[in-house]
Every structure is written in structure tokens, then in C-alpha cells.
Design a binder for this molecule. Sequence first.
Ligand SMILES: [Zn+2]
Ligand SMILES: [Zn+2]
Length: 312
Amino acid sequence: MQRSSTSVSETLTEIGQRRPALLSAINTFSALLCARAAAVPLLAALPDMAHVPLPQWEAQRAEQHQSLLAGWAPQGLDNALHLAATEILPAITALKIFQPVKEKLESFFLSPDPEKTLARTALMGALLAADEQAFIARANEADLPPEILELPAEFIFSAVLRAVCQNIANRPWETVGAWSQGYCPVCGSFPIMGWLDRPAFDEKNAYLAGGGGKKYLYCGMCGTNWRFQRGVCPACSAAGNGTIEILREHDARHGERLEWCTKCKSYCPSLDLRECLSIPDMDAAALGMLHLDIVAAEKKLQPLRLSFWNQF
Ligand SMILES: [Zn+2]
Ligand SMILES: [Zn+2]
């Protein structure tokens, strides 16, 4: 799997240059994506992050399609949640839509009050479990509309989750055959995009070790990539001829495409890295395929996972 990639800001600059129509969206969300990317290594380096009590990866649970963190009640993350909010919240409250609730957001995410500390962890648990009722209850307690709390909660918690994932040794879900579902093996979220890998070269012998084109899905929540079978729908698991259709622009370049399921009408943007000059930052690349989200909306297709830029 490719590990080294271009940074968020480099990826966004490159997309903005070739696709000026996206500049306004890029300018709106760039600071937010950059703040999260910068926060992750700081969070991963926090001393208590090495001791977060996490479930162990078990092949048996994976065979039953349970993600690593399914049923996990977040704990040991107080310092990480506070630091993540300190680093990321300014980029959120700078957005116009959050200015009227700036003080309430700061009070919820930054207050050292033990009750608020507990509420933050509980909100993270609700988000992880995709428990909408619990999320709404927490939002009501914080006197914030749930739909307004969603983006700040997702960004701050996703930074913490990414740091948690960075500290998990050997990534057992990357073993071939360890996980075959269309949702994330770690946090259970649906992917924000997919990608096809490049040919692999054996550096010692300088011969082609693999032809590339293997499919991966990318989780925008915890930052995990995992192998997924081509031609299968990540949402409804339908497979077979004619199940997945591929939509490309007339002037298709840079590997951008939209894969959609003719059975359940869900779609996922995807990038063929064999057609990319460099390996982009995946979160930035997903934002850079916003024009495909618009095409999909016109075709009445449903995103596999709603992205923050679709909510504005
Ligand atoms: Zn995930
Ligand atoms: Zn489907």
C-alpha cells in the first residue's frame, strides 16, 4: 500500500489550479482540513495515547463483520479531545455558519468542567456507534442544534481516532482476506472515496511485482484504507456484471471517476492512481471530486457517506 502522499495543502493547490470552479469550496474548507492533518501527529504523540484501552483485533469478530471499535465505549481520551479541539475549533468557528454558536461550541469542546469532559466522550461514543438519538440528546444538553454540532464533532473526533489508529501496531486488517466489508474495519464508517493502486515494483530486482489496479476504500473518519473487491457494491454487497457502473467526465483525466451501484443507487467517488502524477492526500482529493458529487445528485444517486461539503 502506498504510504507517502502529497500534503493536504499541496493537493488542494494542485486541484484548484486545474479546476478553478472548485476554488471557492477549496478556500472554504482548506484551513479545516489542514488543521486536522496537523493535529493528528500532535495527538498521536500525547503520552496517554499509548495507553488508550482498545479492543484487540480478533479474526473471529472480523469474520462476523464486526469492526475493531464496534461496541467500544471511548475512554482515556480526555486530553486528546481537548487538544484536538484547541487545534481544530478555530478553523471551524471561522466559518460563517458557526459564528453565531462560537461561544457554545467553545464551551462544549474546551471547558475543563468535568461534566463537559464526560459529555465530550459520550458524544464521541454516540458518533462512533452511529447512535443518532444519543447524539441528539447530547446536542440538546449543549444547547446546540444537532445538525450544527455534527461537523465540529466529526472533525475533532476524527482527528483523535486517526491518532488512535496511528498507534495501533501492525494494522491486522491490512492482511489479505482479513476484512471484506464495504465499511471501515476500524470504526465502521462508510468510505468517503475509493482508489485503485499503482503497479508495484520490486526495488531489489527491478521487475514488476504487481500490475496495479487493486481497489481500496478510504475512511474519512479514522483515515483507514482497506482492500475491497472490484465490481462489488460497498453499500449493498451486490456483485456481478452490470452492478457497478463507472461515470467519467467527457474529458477524463487525473483518474477521477464515480462508481455507482445500479441495484441500490449509492455511489462513491474514486481515484485511479495509475492516472495521477502524484499520490494525493485522500481527504483533499475527496473534496476535489465535489463536481462528481454534483453529477451524482443530478442522477438522484445517494452518497455512500455524506461529506461535510455536501452539507452546506
Ligand atoms: Zn474508519
Ligand atoms: Zn448497492
